[in-house]
Design a binder for this molecule. Sequence first.
Ligand SMILES: O=C(O)C(=O)Cc1ccccc1
Length: 332
Amino acid sequence: MTAPAGGAVAFLGPVGTFTHQAVLTWARERGTLGGPGAGSDEEPGAGPLRPEPLGTVGEVHDAVASGAADRGVIAIESSVEGHVVPSLDALVGSPDVVAVDEVVLDVSFDAFVRPGHDPGALTEATAHPHGLAQCHRFTASRGLRAVPASSNAAACRDLAGHQVAYGPRLCGELYGLETLAERVEDFPGARTRFLVLCRRDDAPAVLRGTDAPAWRTMLAVTPVVTGPGVLARITAAFGERGVNMSSLVTRPLKVREGQYVFVVTLDAAPWQPGVRDLFDDLLAAGDSLKVLGAYPAEPGGRGLDGVLPDHVPTGGVRRGDDAATVARGLLW
Ligand SMILES: O=C(O)C(=O)Cc1ccccc1
């Protein structure tokens, strides 16, 4: 896929968010970059693709849906915190916007303070909710109160003298801040996946112009008739058609308690063998389906080595454990 020449790319701003870095990475990998906001990543002779910082993920969706932006980039999933729920719900709820590409970034947070701050007067830590969640230990060790911000860069830009902000290293320089500590995240090596959005009506042409060895599809499956075994029926259909499911997330339909949409990621494109048959099986069973995105799969794939015994939740039990351990893990 190439980035659209001359197009605006909307992202969660202000300048300096991780999402901004995702835009720059995507433009470098797939196409061209230039114009205001491109900063030091502007390449000589590159075409004028314009990063456009917006205030919220909702505004990014609206800009893409209305045509004000050619593409939008949103953070969708962290390897530590899981899905960015407002981004996921916006995609599930949008009739006009779909994902056509993916960018994955390493994410590390530095802790910033205002120059000249009183060290004894620091009472709050501020960042995007995912930033706060990923730096929980630092916040707790300093006895700070967590205050959510619309983005990590917004927290840095608007930092008050009694606050510590968590954000990308670049934000220190951008917003004239002092670095209190580097790499303050609880789990080093965290990665965040970002999706590149375009208008649903433009997606088939964009995807036809994309050459990739492997694909993923994000699909919303809503069983209209619920009852025992519904999820088993859906997962069995995947097995019967030989389509691998690499992620399954449940989100409430919001209109009525106890009703859910399943957001499934499958390791194939909608046009690949078996997938259309799978969709037909689910439609025949009465499910409502919506493809939320189709994009080239990250090289190497995910979880192919299996889950290491040390990495399963502590207190979980397995075949071969003694009876007392099993009884404790399963409660009886
Ligand atoms: O706030 C930011 O910098 C974002 O781009 C959203 C986000 C928050 C936490 C991890 C990755 C992206």
